[in-house]
Design a protein around this ligand. Structure first.
Ligand code: ADE
Length: 226
């Protein structure tokens, strides 16, 4: 999979992709990422990419021209499956969307800033609008990093244990069950006996029960309307 990201602050995206699972995904050649400075397509020599909004009001709006030039130039080398704009008024991101996007070949993520981007870009180029939650961030860079992380770990071959992405919380509309590691007894706080029993069938049943209990208690909405 290849992901291009358009941003006015590429520095914000330097570290998130250079560690752990995303680093491994790139080293294995399963994921390629390119972060592009939108100012490369600025309308003047000062790097202008935003302007005042028509009708008045505080906050600058990212202009049509730099975004259009960037999208059109990048589209010459790739056929994007989705051109995604990160915005608080988009569809709320979840595991289902991560799964859907992880099956694509080429994605372009557009990070908004200031007051947002000119609506005409949304109408004419953007195919999907995603929010990472009901709160407003100062830009789309952190949401883009979150989306790339959620997608990257789903690509086949990225995780060592092929099954582990499937047993994550949310993959089956259930939260994950509790997990424990050594020691068996820490300050008198014991690991549940069943996990030490070696009986894999019973352990799986216990985990499923715990996942159900946890989901019903914390996120009953996940199992409703199924
Ligand atoms: N940009 C600003 N806030 C955002 C959010 N909650 N989700 C996605 N992009 C955003």
């Amino acid at each position: 999979m290849h992901i291009d990201i358009l941003t006015v602050i590429p520095e914000l995206l330097e570290s998130p992709f250079q560690h752990s699972i995303l680093k491994r995904a790139q080293e294995k050649g399963l994921l390629t990422l390119q972060v592009h400075q939108l100012r490369k397509w600025a309308v003047n020599e000062y790097g202008m990419v935003d302007d005042y909004q028509y009708g008045g009001g505080a906050g600058m709006v990212m202009m049509c021209e730099p975004l259009t030039k960037a999208i059109e130039e990048l589209s010459k080398s790739r056929l994007y499956d989705e051109i995604i704009f990160l915005t608080p008024d988009g569809e709320t991101f979840n595991q289902k969307i991560a799964n859907f996007l992880s099956l694509k070949e080429n994605l372009l993520l557009i990070c908004g800033h200031y007051k947002g981007i000119d609506e005409r870009i949304r109408e004419h180029f953007v195919t999907k609008e995603i929010s990472i939650g009901d709160y407003v961030l100062s830009g789309g860079e952190l949401p883009a990093a979150i989306i790339v992380d959620a997608i990257g770990r789903l690509l086949p071959g990225v995780l060592n244990d092929e099954t582990s992405a499937l047993t994550d919380s949310f993959q089956d509309n259930l939260l994950a069950p509790p997990v424990y590691t050594r020691p068996e007894d820490f300050r008198g706080w014991k690991v549940p006996d069943i996990l030490l029993s070696g009986n894999h069938k019973k352990i799986e049943e216990w985990r499923h029960e715990e996942a159900l209990k946890r989901t019903n208690k914390r996120r009953p909405d996940l199992t409703e309307n199924d």
